[in-house]
Design a protein around this ligand. Sequence first.
Ligand code: MSP
Length: 524
Amino acid sequence: MAKPAIYYTTPIYYVNDRPHIGHAYTSLATDVLARFKRLDGHEVFFLTGTDEHGQKVEKAAQDAGEDPQAFTDRVSQAFRDLTVTMGFSNDDFIRTTEPRHKAACVALWTVLAERGEIYLGDYEGWYAVRDEAFYGPDELVERDGVKFAPTGAPVEWVREPSYFFRLGKWLPELLRRFDLPEGDAERIEILPESRRNEVRAFIQQGLKDFADRPEKLDLSVSRTSFKWGVKVPGDEAHVMYVWVDALTNYITAAGYPDTNAPRWKFWPADVHVVGKDIVRFHTIYWPALLLAAGLPAPRRVFAHGWWTNEGQKISKSLGNVIDPVALVEEFGLDAVRYFLLREVPFGQDGDFSRKALVNRLNGELADALGNLANRVLSLIQRNCEGKLPEAGDPAVGGALMAGIAALPGQVRDRLDRQEFHLALDVVMASVRDANAYITVEAPWALKKTDPVRMAAVLRHLHTALRCHATLLQPFMPGTAGAMLDQLAVPGDARAMADLDMPLPGGIPLPPPAPLFRKIDLAAA
Ligand code: MSP
């Protein structure tokens, strides 16, 4: 039976900034999920792209002395280039300035308007241009008589006609869906659990505060104060609020409004991977808009944490923005990919430090995995005429091979929960087991005393390394691929299911070469 089709998304990135480590991180995590599911036999659609409308972009273009379209073309390209530099396997790259996207926004709006989910009113409140958000009076901070948003952005009092979406009426339904049991098709899952609790509490508070004025919970979804956006159908003085425009990208790429499009089978998204700062947009506005339009809501939203740099908040003004391209040039792509997902539990904040990076790479990749592979492959070269030994006595494999048999399932379970660090943890624990096994068995000493056992030990180790390399492919596509080359695993035998099919004994192995270089911390 065919495995279910899977849809993963990254947020679409604002083009008022150059790509940095935070952007690379969100997409990297999503890339690993996509690559893993493809290896596991699923048809996957992996989407990323750029968010190009709104007042901030209009202003950034103005500041750069450029026409907004020319400006967004240029910056969007930097994000597209990053997908290549980082080795992302996205199936599409969406830009919100594309005609297909504008058509989807207009179609969604029209459906919402026809269903009575959108109405015209007046909006007034404290607005921060920088955040593209309104803030409640109690959220503001006052300094020297001037009001600021909690983010530190300046705010101004704004009153304008605006269309509203009847968000308030959908909130109880969202709470119901958050609480449905696992496996229920209508469930909307928010991970990690702490974020789910936050979102629930936020909605509950809103419902309590505005029990007698539920319209206060409605969402202003249009603006007349700027032009750079998708025009509201039938009332062109308005452009759509940037978040309605942005979120819609996820269905645009699936073919909306054509629900007969080949890609529509991927909707609803299995996981929207987002940063913790944009959880509410994805868990409240987005599912509510979809439900109001009669469309299925996403199955899961996973919110990851934020990186700091050597203990400090990353910001342009501090000048400590980490450029992923420079990191890749310095340490190599796979090393960076490995470190980012290994170091910090996905969902928590993490600190980027060169020392931590070098220690991880040297300790786990060069010493543990690299040395193991090199020892095993060199012994096969020297002691087995460079040919893969026949499968030997299973009893000789013992606990190591029992662990290897369980490993793919353990990695799958962890990745199904977006626990990247734990997935790598179990692989590395198995690498350590293999290192302990080779020390105990000492196959180099068996050559004279028990060559049959030596061959069996090396064959078991080869099987273990094949499993490790197969499972590491999503994380380190290049290095894991090189390792599989050295193990003589054919290109069409590198999927999860292939792990159940042993390679024939006697096939020649190419001469081994080092897979990882050791980094000198002082020099790094
Ligand atoms: N355009 C919106 C998303 C719209 S999705 C329909 C947006 N763009 S963004 O470019 O500002 O941010 C994109 C992602 O980068 C967010 O998920 C955010 O959490 C992530 N990061 C930005 N800085 C980060 C760190 N310092 N660390 C980790 N991730 C960070 O929001």
